[in-house]
Design a protein around this ligand. Structure first.
Ligand code: NAD
Ligand code: DAU
Length: 332
């Protein structure tokens, strides 16, 4: 039985990955998570006690990290401060977790010779024009826009340097925007779904022309497992499922799927430095490692996500008022 250490496993994508691993493999999973405002222990409820353990702690705690690496066969590193809007408000935690935290894990991987997979984002590449025929590839130059994406870019560069200089056994993946269950209500899709449930009009930044390349969290999980099993050490793999949509069309679809007038939303203050468009070319992952996304029907995936938020109001309701108060203070 392989022993996996998953950092950030109480967050959105990390918890989806832990459920995926328990369902699709024989691996044992230990989650290391600080349970920040974004971590929710309840996202890991119901996992079998003989296959799963939870450790509350900080990835920047070198002593704790060292003790967990002693036991791990491989580490999948999801833990991060992940929200662009928060990084514009207070960048410091992004430096502490995304840079110093990743450095701490790399030093432990170096000491113990542990296989590490680093989870990153397409935002490290900056943004594209709406009519640009090119999409991001593994060769696109780094050009991050926000404090969040610049710390993720920094963490990727640390991983590359530790591979080259110290022979650390690491791979990197850069994925596009995820949707699905267990996503915090600060993020775009859950915010609008829970707004409609609460009788609040959805909020669209600026004109809503910005494009995101949506992928279901379940497809992200299967891609990460594929890279963990078959990826070449030192390589970077882009993960995407050809899901480009502009924000306006996503809000309108949410309203339609929830039985509302598709025009019943408000335009609010735009995000500072707002990236215009992300688009992923995942040819390398598909051709070299044989991965394919399974959740190709965005409307069906979004409808299932809406059902999940309707059925799990207790999971998100405690966070909702604080998130809306934060956005209101910024005119969003
Ligand atoms: P999230 O904010 O939902 O979860 C982050 C988790 O990390 C939380 O459980 C939090 O408690 C934990 N954490 C934060 N700081 C920590 C620390 N110092 N020590 C230990 N745990 C800590 O984030 P997410 O959306 O699930 O993103 C997970 C990873 O995937 C991040 O690295 C992010 O950059 C990357 N990513 C996210 C997306 C997306 O669409 N959400 C897309 C591509 C890549
Ligand atoms: O591309 C991958 C990235 O996707 C990840 O690295 C990040 O961790 C993740 O948060 C996400 O970043 P975005 O900034 O794209 O996601 P967010 O959900 O914050 O916003 C998606 C789009 O919706 C973006 O163009 C901003 C817009 N938006 C967001 C909110 C919260 C709105 O129009 N209204 C809103 O209320």
């Amino acid at each position: 039985m392989r022993k996996l250490l998953v950092t950030g496993g109480a967050g959105f994508i990390g918890s989806n990955f832990v459920h995926h691993v328990i369902e699709h493999t024989d691996d044992h999973v230990t989650v290391l998570d600080k349970l920040t405002y974004a971590g929710n222990r309840a996202s890991l409820d119901g996992l079998p006690g003989d296959r799963f353990a939870f450790v509350e702690g900080d990835i920047a705690d070198a002593i704790l990290v060292d003790s967990l690496f002693v036991e791990a066969d491989a580490v999948v590193h999801y833990a991060a401060e992940s929200h662009n809007d928060n990084s514009l408000n207070d960048p410091r935690p992004f430096l502490d977790t995304n840079i110093v935290g990743t450095y701490t894990l790399l030093e432990a991987a170096r000491k113990h010779g542990t296989r590490l997979h680093h989870i990153s984002t397409d935002e490290v590449y900056g943004d594209l024009e709406l009519d640009d025929p090119e999409r991001f590839t593994e060769n696109t130059p780094y050009n991050p826009s926000s404090p969040y994406s610049s710390t993720k870019a920094g963490s990727d560069l640390l991983v590359r340097a530790w591979v080259r200089s110290f022979g650390v056994q690491a791979t990197i993946s850069n994925c596009s925007n995820n949707y699905g269950p267990y996503q915090h209500v600060e993020k775009f899709i859950p915010r609008q779904i829970t707004n409609v449930i609460r009788g609040i009009r959805p909020r669209l930044y600026g004109k809503g022309e910005n494009v995101r390349d949506w992928i279901h969290a379940e497809d992200h999980s299967s891609a990460v497992l594929t890279i963990l099993d078959k990826g070449v050490i030192g390589e970077t793999y882009l993960i995407g499922a050809d899901g480009e949509k502009n924000n306006k069309s996503v809000v309108e679809l949410i309203l339609e799927l929830m039985g509302q007038d598709a025009e019943a939303y408000d335009h609010v203050t735009d995000r500072a430095g707002h990236d215009l468009r992300y688009a992923i070319d995942s040819t390398k992952l598909r051709t070299e490692l044989g991965w394919e996304p399974q959740y190709r029907d965005f409307d069906a995936g979004l409808a299932a996500t809406i059902d999940w938020y309707r059925a799990n109001e207790l999971w998100w309701s405690a966070d909702k008022d604080g998130v809306e108060a934060f956005y209101a203070s910024k005119g969003q």
